[in-house]
Design a protein around this ligand. Structure first.
Ligand code: DGL
Length: 262
């Protein structure tokens, strides 16, 4: 089974893309809603949560992990790769690869949580591949709580998003990485505020494509995953009121969320 985790609902955007692009693989999702948001947390706390989430998914039968959370991946991705022997894929590399080929003026914007932006992981990875590029980063700490509250179309959300994107507009970025898996749920708010010519890189789609490519290249691993029964399960460490309906709106169908102590 493929185990996928995030701090909350954001990783479901990745899960949905994996369902669509890699059908036939059973998925286990874990949303650590009791600890959401991850963005403002310390590196120690994020690392502890990431290890615990991975252990939980492996105990449920996962043999490949997708870190569907930029905050956890940027802080704890390497720790998880050292600690666990199963393949671990994250959302950062796929988005970086797509952004560098999408940009024509070499000016890329990245939006993410405080943890992701502070880690500097996107500029470092982009500049390692394209040293002449310019990368402008912007932390957007209020967006995750707004999404988790279901405030996807509120005036306040639009105003706050505009304020966050203004500095990137001034820098004339031609490509914008959504460096948080919650942000695809705000694409309809981000698109008109960053400008219609800017290419938006959605790490959920890019990660699903990256995973598909990885499984194509590793048929033994793919075979081990697909030989099991396709029953997707969705676990959460807490179940606040808006969660169920938001999960349903991400998948376009009712999703049964199982509350667990991970
Ligand atoms: N969706 C996650 C990310 O990609 C976590 C956001 C948060 O909990 O702050 O960063």
């Amino acid at each position: 089974m493929i185990g996928i985790f995030d701090s909350g609902l954001g990783g479901m955007t990745v899960t949905r893309a994996i369902e669509q692009l890699c059908p036939g693989y059973p998925l286990l999702y874990f949303g650590d809603l009791i600890h959401t948001p991850y963005g403002p947390k310390s590196s120690e706390a994020l690392t502890e949560y990431a290890i615990r989430n991975t252990e939980f998914l492996i105990a449920q039968g996962a043999s490949l992990i997708v870190i569907a959370c930029n905050s956890a991946a940027s802080i704890a991705g390497n720790v998880l790769r050292e600690k666990f022997s199963c393949p671990i894929i994250d959302v950062i590399e796929p988005a970086v690869n797509q952004a560098i080929v999408s940009s024509t003026n070499g000016t890329i914007g990245v939006i993410g949580t405080q943890a992701t932006i502070k880690s500097d992981v996107y500029p470092q990875k982009i500049l390692a591949k394209r040293p002449h590029y310019r990368v402008h980063s912007q932390a957007c700490p209020l967006l995750v709580p707004l999404v988790e509250e279901g405030w996807l179309n509120r005036r306040e959300t639009k105003t706050i998003t505009k304020k966050y994107l203004q500095p990137l507009r001034c820098k004339q970025v031609d490509t914008l990485i959504l460096g948080c898996t919650h942000y695809p749920m705000l694409k309809h708010v981000i698109r008109p505020r960053i400008g219609k010519r800017v290419k938006i890189i959605d790490s959920s789609t890019e990660t699903a494509l990256f995973l598909k490519n990885f499984l194509d290249k590793n048929p033994e691993i793919a075979k081990g995953l697909s030989s099991q029964k396709v029953t997707n399960r969705f676990f959460v460490s807490d179940l606040p009121a808006p969660t169920q309906s938001l999960a349903q709106s991400i998948f376009g169908r009712p999703v049964h969320l199982e509350k667990v102590h991970a």
